[in-house]
Design a protein around this ligand. Structure first.
Ligand code: FAD
Ligand code: DLZ
Ligand code: SF4
Length: 512
């Protein structure tokens, strides 16, 4: 009774449900590099190279354990170009009586696989992805009957359920959340420590060459590739982070600095999303560092919240609301994405730096994604489809289940308040407070209008004015709207015109 077991490019975990019960020498694992997955968005070159290299390494590891692996390379002349096409190709040869897969991370591919299962002549079993801490069912039960879904309350449940950072029934230290201590600006003279990057191993070097040859016109550079492509490499990066970086993670969690792409962040999202690291293990080990007295509670709680809270919460939202979530546009945003999101050619120092690290590293840290490129797209009123496409195309860790709630929800408020309770709209003052960008910028962060003024300032009030009908009743925006109302009609009209001029200047023109 041979079973064909499908392993996708982001399912590279030893304990994957699709491999449970595998009989070496009898069953076959199918892994396929396919054009559909590499091009359904024009992923950053580093993301494709990372995925192919990690898939190849994983296949070798399985084979070394005696598992029969059918591995299809991207340049195999008979490659059908799709996952379902590759399943068909194997099954044509006969010899299997069942297909087993683990559910897909993305709705798009899950639909393709469901269609395949429906038309297949043999049973197709799709198993739960147990690498997450909260199952779809569990999330649905938590969400059921609630008028508002807030990460903070979900996170508390997850803390209780996992026992992470708990002191009996109470949160460790008496508080659930130490965010208030995690908003410090980086003082002059303090620089982030050197990071452990992962130079490409032999397999990765071949994958990089393949990607340059086959996807050379995709966005991004491969030169500085430094992502782990094996579980062992991922472990080394994690171990370095836990011992050296984590103690200061909390203090500088929201800070930004020019030419400092990593700050004190973990650099583990690619490994978590591919399955090279296990989220619960990462959280437990961070907790152990705290219990051993080697990192303070604000750092460890803040870090665990990102994984146990945000990562699980956004996945829950994605699957709870898909596919309808993908077309949400609460603010009726309708503008094109300015070209400098791709080229980096802008005088806005904060944006230029965020795009530079995005191009060079397929990475930008959370505050750059949210408060620089995300905030700007929000204020400009860029259509969420264009913004989603960009975030999916430019980051090595981009998967729709995590990208979309963050982009459409958290950054753009296009979901009308499912992920966050208010838009993260901010003027230049926020960026000035949290970074050293403004000092060297051609724009004046203190100035509110005119061509020399910081564009975030020029756009901010116009954004509120434009969306008055949709946002005026949001209690968390009561203060800025009161200020805006106090300006009087003529000034409000001038602010709206100022924002409009800035949108045009920056190339956020109406979409075709
Ligand atoms: P750290 O800051 O060290 O955080 C540790 C881990 O926590 C991360 O590796 C990640 O797994 C998790 N995490 C942190 N914040 C979030 C969050 N908001 N949502 C979910 N998980 C989180 N993350 C992705 O993995 N893929 C994406 O495609 C993605 N798109 C984003 C788009 C926007 C607009 C925004 C605002 C955020 C996005 N994020 C995404 C979340 C976050 O920015 C990245 O997970 C983080 O920058 C990865 O770097 P790190 O490993 O150094 O993170
Ligand atoms: C991201 C990605 C890429 C670039 N290529 C492949 C591939 O060739 N074969 C594969 O099985 N998976 C790939 N992936 C990961 C898939 O896109 C991912 O499994 C789905 O989007 C579901 O999350
Ligand atoms: Fe960014 Fe404005 Fe500061 Fe320039 S002045 S770096 S555009 S926030």
């Amino acid at each position: 009774m041979a079973v064909l077991r499908l392993v996708l490019g982001d399912q590279l975990s030893d304990g994957l449900s699709a491999l449970e019960g595998l009989e070496p020498g009898v069953d076959t694992v199918l892994m396929a590099e396919v054009r559909d997955e590499a091009t359904y968005v024009r992923h950053h070159k580093q993301k494709i190279a990372l995925t192919f290299a990690a898939m190849r390494n994983h296949a070798e590891r399985l084979a070394a354990r005696g598992v029969r692996v059918r591995y299809v390379r991207i340049d195999d002349p008979d490659n059908s170009g799709s996952i379902t096409g590759e399943l068909d190709r194997v099954l044509e040869g006969g010899g299997y009586d069942r297909v087993v897969a683990t559910e897909c991370g993305e709705w798009r591919l899950a639909e393709h696989l469901a269609g395949f299962a429906e038309g297949a002549r043999l049973p197709v079993e799709i198993r739960e992805d147990r690498r997450f801490l909260c199952s779809h069912d569990r999330f649905r039960r938590w969400a059921s009957g609630k008028s508002q879904l807030r990460m903070e309350f979900f996170y508390r449940e997850m803390r209780r359920e996992t026992g992470l950072l708990m002191d009996g029934a109470q949160p460790e230290g008496g508080r659930w959340n130490y965010d208030a201590e995690n908003r410090k600006k980086l003082p002059r003279g303090v620089t982030p420590p050197a990071r452990l990057r992962t130079p490409p191993n032999a397999t990765t070097r071949v994958a990089i060459a393949d990607v340059e040859r086959l996807f050379g016109d995709h966005f991004g550079s491969l030169e500085a590739f430094g992502w782990p492509t094996t579980a062992a490499e991922a472990e080394a990066v994690l171990a370095h982070f836990l011992e050296v970086i984590l103690p200061s993670f909390g203090d500088w969690q929201d800070a930004m600095a020019e030419n400092q792409p990593w700050m004190w962040h973990g650099l583990i999202s690619t490994s978590l999303n591919l399955g090279l690291l296990d989220p619960l293990d990462v959280c437990r080990r961070a907790e152990a560092v705290y219990r051993a007295g080697r990192a303070p509670l604000n750092a460890v709680e803040g870090f665990i919240r990102q994984i146990l809270g945000w990562r699980e919460f956004v996945r829950g939202i994605y699957w709870l609301k898909a596919p309808e979530y993908r077309v949400r546009n609460f603010l009726d945003a309708d503008r094109a994405l300015p070209w400098f999101y791709w080229s980096g050619e802008t005088d806005m120092a904060c944006v230029a730096d965020a795009v530079k690290t995005t191009r060079d590293n397929a990475y930008a840290h959370h505050i750059q994604r949210l408060m620089v490129t995300g905030n700007l797209a929000l204020l400009l009123g860029v259509h969420p489809d264009a913004v989603d496409d960009w975030y999916m195309a430019v980051y090595a860790d981009a998967y729709e289940w995590v990208e979309m709630p963050n982009t459409r929800g958290m950054a753009l408020f296009a979901d009308g308040g499912i992920v966050g309770s208010k838009p993260y709209a901010a003027s230049g003052a926020y960026i000035d407070r949290m970074s050293d960008y403004c000092g060297g910028c051609r724009y004046d962060v203190k100035s509110k209008s005119g061509d020399a003024a910081c564009p975030f300032n020029r756009l901010y009030w116009g954004f509120l004015e434009r969306n008055r009908g949709r946002l005026r009743d949001n209690v968390r925006l009561a203060m800025p709207y009161r200020t805006l109302d106090g300006f009087g009609e003529a000034r409000r009209a001038a602010l709206a015109a100022e924002a409009e001029a800035c949108r045009t200047l920056l190339g956020a023109t109406p979409r075709d």
